[in-house]
Design a protein around this ligand. Sequence first.
Ligand code: GDP
Length: 296
Amino acid sequence: MFEGLSDRLSGILSGLTRRGALTEADVTAAMREVRRALLEADVALEVVRGFTDRVREKAVGAVVLKSVTPGQMVVKIVNDELVAMLGTDAETVDLNAPAPVPILMVGLQGSGKTTTTAKIARRLTEREKRKVLLASLDTRRPAAMEQLAVLAKQVGVESLPIVAGQSAVQIARRAMDAARLGGFDVVMLDTAGRTTVDEGLMAEAAEVKAATRPHEVLLVADALTGQDAVNTARAFDQRLGVTGIVLTRMDGDSRGGAALSMRAVTGKPIKLVGVGEKVDALEEFHPARVANRILG
Ligand code: GDP
């Protein structure tokens, strides 16, 4: 069974009966446990290093309050730093641009991109009363195009009619034209999925981006990807300029380390989290909850 960081730290620092400031030695021992806890939560190694360095700086010399144990004190410093790094509470999809507002959806195949596109469309329609048009740009996988059309129906939004033989950029342009003519507020462009970060598909998505100038480029990423999360996030962000991240499968066993990793390497906000297969299984991101989950 997993032992939470608080329990471990109280064990380690239990010998510390004196009150006063945390010493270098106390903090070094504590940081070993913090590092272990973060790695177990699947936070990427390079992010763990930066994080423990910052926490160490804050913890050494921190005065232990009378009401808490040294272990609780360190846990509080770690928790506060985690929450601060994870970002702001309840971020939203930014629609503050002239209609139709283009939103580009990117991510690895199987990350939950198409499902998330439908989930967000549903949310924008129901909560914000926006008229949303969905378009699949996955020209290589007709099944993916069909899947988006089916999901669109399910959430009660329109999808762009499928025309065989068009390129991704042509479909994207057609979607923007249709949205202008049809008085849509938002156009969500679901780019082709890829199993690995693939230069051909990156170039295609970059071309779509140049043609449509999306207001949001949302990276959909699986919370279960663990150590790979940083590489994926960095590659998509460098190539496509991600504006926000949607973390899927937070209903699973993941401890949420990917949230910290992706946020740390890109500096981009986590806007929403997917918590199930159903189209209503989408929630706001709450840093404090994820920090708790990471610390166990
Ligand atoms: P895409 O290839 O990235 O477009 O992925 P899909 O949208 O087709 O999703 C792949 C699978 O993951 C489907 O079975 C979805 O129902 C499932 N899925 C998507 N998001 C979530 C989520 O937040 N939680 C869970 N448990 N499953 C999800």
